[in-house]
Design a protein around this ligand. Structure first.
Ligand code: SF4
Length: 153
């Protein structure tokens, strides 16, 4: 699985840097989301710990520069995580509605959301633990919830 992570981590610069020049790369984010949301129904946050490009980047690169300070307990509170999720999704949906259905503009939305969340994750890693972002990442929250639904079935 380690080798898979070493491959997956490259998707982060491909999307975050490559996406600035080729917004169509944003559809990689869409494809990954479709994959991990489906996977999470059966395996919870398996994606987070084993395949996510950003999670892998935070695990491999950021420990070298992170002060490794504990993140605030607030980050793990259920209400806070769902608040972050709601803000993120609302903003995402709003931006999608502004694209007028243009496939390129939709790609830009995916790329820009990936850039913004990656910048936040790096800032948090530079001030707290490397994976601090993952405590409140909307996609992590969603996968955890989907995993719980899957377990009940
Ligand atoms: S919590 Fe978010 S950033 Fe962290 S590994 Fe999961 S999907 Fe990736």
């Amino acid at each position: 699985m380690k080798q898979a992570r070493l491959v997956m981590v490259w998707f982060l610069p491909i999307i975050v840097i490559g996406g600035l020049f080729f917004p169509v790369l944003g559809y990689l984010v869409f494809a990954m989301m479709a994959f991990f949301i489906t996977l999470s129904f059966f395996r919870g946050r398996y994606w987070c710990w084993n395949l996510c490009p950003r999670g892998t980047f935070l695990d491999i690169v950021m420990p070298k520069v992170s002060p490794n300070r504990p993140s605030p307990k607030l980050f793990t509170k259920k209400w806070f995580r769902w608040l972050v999720f709601t803000i993120f999704i609302s903003f995402f949906i709003f931006r999608i509605t502004q694209t007028g259905g243009s496939l390129l503009a939709i790609g830009v939305v995916f790329v820009s959301m990936c850039i913004v969340t990656t910048i936040i994750s790096i800032i948090l890693a530079l001030t707290m633990k490397p994976r601090s972002w993952c405590s409140m990442c909307p996609m992590g929250t969603l996968q955890e919830h989907m995993g719980k639904i899957g377990k009940k079935k």
